[in-house]
Write a protein that binds this ligand. Structure first.
Ligand code: ADP
Ligand code: MG
Length: 595
């Protein structure tokens, strides 16, 4: 990992965590108020003894006790706000990170990345986004605790500098031991997680590919793999237990040293008449107050390293192709009915190899248009230019009259949803995958979308229904099932413009009519671009555009083109032959690819 990646990783973390300034402000204020309140309490207790108990002054004692209660209430309120804002910030950051990766992966050319590679990438990406989330959620608490360490140290030195020095002497060792502990434990815990996943992977593979395993006499091989994986789990689990057993006594003993030092040195001062008992008690409270923040800080230091590595990895992925970015004066995409307009668009991935040549195309609001064309004619490219995955070389792409380069990407991509042949599912629950565009989507909206997309039956058959984990470390769905999840995802997103790029191709032809109903449902009331080969799917569209040689070769309804365009008939026949060939290959009993 280069230094650039690391720097990029930090920048990325900063970018995704500062999207929500309001919550950051609330979190910081709450954290500082919490710290101040926490530090005040032992001081108030000291006052209660000095001004209330010692001089036998009942009313003063009561007043101070009430003050302590009030401060405690403040602490509670601040804890709530601090935690709440921390989750707001970190979960949103995680979502933003995933979203960027998702957008990025949608841009990739599938010819260059095979499916397994993308599956692996997705799994890693989910873990990495989680690591960053784990760090961010602790930043407000960690920051507050750090300020607390400083604040308490200052108070201690003001109260009694000798005693302060004695009480603090053991604590740096606690920080060091804590950091070492986290650093040693984290990788082992990750490895354990990984080998657990490997076990379930082998089991699942053996079960879902049972025919193949038996057919090729691979039982011995599979059970050997399982034995190895299980042995690894045992070894790593023991390693983890050993580390915990080693460090825990150390982490518990060190703070005691500080307390014993305070008791001994402070006790002597009390005996000599140099310190009041109340001050000694206050001192003890402060030393105890330090234990948690110190452990927290060491945890945070270790997590910082992990999250930074994760963020760098994500950055590395994002940086594989230069991304389009917001112009400084970008505006939110204004509301509209979803008109798409390509004006003289020329575009290619490589210099001097144009894929689209001076393409003009208008799709009216609410209209559904099928784009048909030979393989590699640029159908997917047209689709990718609408949400601005790439910038055109010349000409313009307009949505509701606004050039896509003039609007904020986030608002553009909220307005445009895509469903692909290859569907990315995150290593997360079915529910989370469907609610991807809107994590706050209510239960019934998710289930309605699933029903419309025809997911209901197979989801009901999953071990945990909507909570079943998918992906590399979870359950793998068939190609057709994945596509239905993707369609459900698009329904939840409720976009102005929907793009279906070969979205039904891996659906079993006997099931295709179900999907077609679902598609009809999603397409209603929104502008839709549908890229398809099967005539029945193409016929769903109001209008068909034949893409040929980088421009529009012919357009009209499916029936019109069948009658009038020889080229159209030719392209359809070719596509049909191709589809048949793929279906024939698909009927060989293959184990389900897991991704
Ligand atoms: P279609 O969807 O009609 O099959 P595409 O739009 O995917 O065609 O691709 C059009 C042409 O652009 C093809 O020759 C393809 O190889 C090329 N291409 C597509 N994506 C990329 C990419 N990311 N990098 C380089 N070339 C690409
Ligand atoms: Mg394509």
């Amino acid at each position: 990992m280069t230094r650039d990646d690391r720097r990029g990783g930090w920048r990325l973390m900063r970018e995704v965590s500062t999207t929500n300034r309001r919550w950051i402000t609330i979190g910081v204020i709450a954290a500082l108020a919490w710290t101040a309140a926490k530090i005040t309490i032992p001081l108030l207790a000291l006052e209660a003894i000095n001004q209330g108990v010692d001089p036998y002054d009942g009313p003063t004692l009561l007043r101070i006790c009430l003050a302590i209660l009030a401060v405690t209430v403040v602490t509670g309120a601040c804890t709530f706000l601090r935690r709440y804002s921390a989750f707001q910030i970190s979960l949103r950051a995680e979502a933003e990170l995933r979203r960027r990766l998702f957008d990025h992966l949608q841009r990739l050319h599938f010819g260059y990345h095979d499916r397994a590679e993308i599956g692996e990438l997705m799994a890693r990406v989910s873990t990495d986004a989680k690591q960053v989330q784990m760090l961010l959620v602790f930043i407000p608490v960690g920051g507050a605790n750090f300020v607390m360490i400083l604040g308490v140290a200052v108070v201690l030195f003001v109260l009694n500098s000798t005693l302060a020095a004695w009480s603090l002497v053991a604590l740096p060792f606690l920080a060091i031991a804590g950091t070492r502990f986290s650093q040693r434990v984290h990788p082992v815990a990750d490895d354990l997680q990984e080998s657990l996943a490997e076990v379930s992977h082998v089991v699942e593979e053996s079960v879902s590919g049972i025919r193949v395993v038996k057919g090729f006499g691979a039982e011995e091989l599979q059970s050997g793999r399982l034995r190895t994986a299980a042995a690894t789990v045992y070894r790593r689990g023991m390693e983890l237990a050993r580390l915990r057993a080693l460090f825990n006594p150390l982490l518990e003993t060190i703070p005691m040293l500080g307390l014993v030092a305070v008791l001994f040195v402070g006790g002597r001062q009390v005996i000599d008449g140099n310190l009041s008992v109340a001050a000694l008690i206050a001192f003890n409270s402060y030393v105890l107050l330090l234990v948690f923040p110190l452990r927290m800080t060491s945890f945070l230091v270790a997590q910082l390293a992990r999250a930074s590595a994760s963020a760098s990895r994500v950055h590395e992925i994002l940086a594989t192709e230069t991304e389009v970015s917001d112009r400084p004066d970008a505006v939110t995409l204004p509301g509209g009915a979803g008109e798409i307009r390509f004006e003289g668009v020329t575009f290619g991935y490589l210099p001097d190899v144009p894929v689209l040549r001076d393409l003009d195309l208008v799709i009216r609001p609410g209209e559904s248009v099928a784009i048909v064309g030979p393989t590699s004619s640029g159908k997917s490219t047209v689709a990718r230019l609408v949400p601005r995955f790439y910038d055109v070389e010349s000409g313009r792409v307009l949505i509701d009259g606004v050039d896509v380069r003039d609007v904020e990407l986030a608002s553009l991509r909220d307005a445009v949803s895509m469903v692909f042949e290859e569907t990315f599912l995150f290593s997360d629950s079915v529910r989370a995958n469907i609610a991807f565009a809107d994590e706050d989507a209510p239960e019934h909206a998710v289930e309605r979308a699933a029903r419309l997309a025809g997911c209901q039956d197979f989801v009901a058959a999953l071990p945990d229904g909507y909570d079943t984990l998918l992906g590399e470390h979870g359950y793998s769905l068939s190609g057709g099932q994945r596509q239905r999840v993707a369609i459900a995802r698009a329904i939840v997103a409720d976009p102005r413009i929907l793009i279906l790029d070969d979205a039904t191709s891996s659906v079993d032809p006997t099931k295709e009519h179900e999907i077609r109903d679902a598609l009809g449902e999603v397409m209603r009331g929104r502008t839709t671009i549908i890229i398809a080969h099967r005539p029945a799917t193409i016929a769903l569209a109001d209008r068909v555009v034949l893409l040929d040689g980088g421009r529009v070769g012919a357009e009209g309804t499916h029936d019109e083109l069948l009658r009038t365009s020889a080229r159209y008939r030719e392209v359809l026949a070719e596509a049909e032959a191709l589809a048949e060939a793929t279906t024939a290959v698909g009927s060989v009993p293959e184990p389900e690819a897991s991704s």
